[in-house]
Design a binder for this molecule. Structure first.
Ligand code: SAM
Length: 288
């Protein structure tokens, strides 16, 4: 194990920046960006505008997907020479579908202190307001661009009971949403968070078939940035004849007599399914 303290190196700060609304930059992020010796940024021109808005002038190092290995070495030299460095990306939290993994990994391997300055992140912002269960979610980043690979990936995730979260670009959103409907079914819960924290922030929520129609109809439907969230696969309602338990029915029957928490505990023991999942399902049934 490597300790990162007291070795004379500087600190690498992983700083989250706004995903649209500049007021979301935290005072701590601003203070750290003002204090460090150098800022490593995905796109120095893009981030230069943010820094200008903050009145911060600093030397910058461009660190993006195509040069991360070389530039990580340069940044590590600065850190090991005692300089503090901040890493930022174009928007949101670095390393979340953004560059920085190589740098953070190597910094940790060399015992350099790495510390987060948390803040905006599109997936967390979207989930926090979507109204889908958040006790368990699976963030799968961007789906593959090629149709076949995308479908295979969706098929492999179709039975997951956790809420699924994807990032998507505007030029593929219609195709992706149609594919989710085809692979996971027209009645699967789907929520799209578009242009979060910006002027035209919009949430589309409903069954996959309805959401598909809604964004196809909306002239602005395929504009802006999207977070795509899919409700987890419903617990299978078992056929009575198979002798298996119909979980939904059991939850509903017990809920008429007992508090939801107790119901989830009992059904978890009976079926071997995770208690949290049953608790969320019971809440959904209750709301319905
Ligand atoms: N690191 C960023 C974060 O913390 O969210 C994500 C960077 S990733 C390259 C860009 C993707 O994030 C976009 O294609 C979109 O899916 C999502 N995204 C970023 N900002 C968004 C916003 N304001 N509204 C909706 N989605 C957004």
């Amino acid at each position: 194990m490597k300790s990162a303290h007291g070795n004379g190196s500087g600190t690498l700060y992983i700083v989250a920046t706004p995903i649209g609304n500049l007021e979301d930059l935290s005072p701590r992020a601003s203070a750290v960006l003002s204090r460090v010796a150098v800022i490593a940024a995905e796109d120095t021109r893009h981030s230069g505008r943010l820094l200008q808005h903050l009145g911060i002038r600093k030397p910058m190092i461009a660190l993006h997907d195509h040069n991360e290995r070389d530039r990580a070495a340069q940044v590590l030299d600065r850190l090991e020479g005692g300089d503090d460095v901040a890493l930022i990306s174009d928007a949101g939290t670095p390393l979340i579908s953004d560059p920085g993994f190589v740098l953070v990994r190597q910094a940790r391997e060399r015992g350099v202190r790495v510390t987060p300055v948390p803040g905006p992140c599109a997936l967390v912002a979207a989930l926090s307001a979507a109204g889908l269960p958040t006790d368990r979610f699976l963030f799968a980043g961007f789906l593959p661009a090629k149709r076949g690979a995308r479908r295979t990936e969706l098929e492999s995730l179709a039975d997951t009971s956790a809420t699924l979260v994807f990032y998507e670009s505007p030029h593929r959103i219609l195709e992706t949403v149609a594919e989710i409907r085809d692979v996971m079914g027209a009645t699967r819960e789907l929520v799209l968070g578009r242009e979060l924290t910006k002027t035209f922030e919009t949430f589309y929520a409903g069954e996959a078939g309805e959401v598909c129609e809604a964004i196809e109809r909306d002239p602005n439907g395929a504009r802006g940035e999207f977070v795509v969230m899919v409700g987890g696969a419903p617990l299978k309602a078992d056929a009575g004849e198979s002798g298996e338990v119909n979980t939904d029915k059991l939850l509903s029957l017990l809920m008429a007599e007992l508090p939801v928490k107790k119901v989830a505990k009992i059904v978890a023991e009976l079926t071997g399914r995770p208690k949290n999942e049953l608790y969320q399902r019971a809440l959904t049934l209750k709301a319905e």
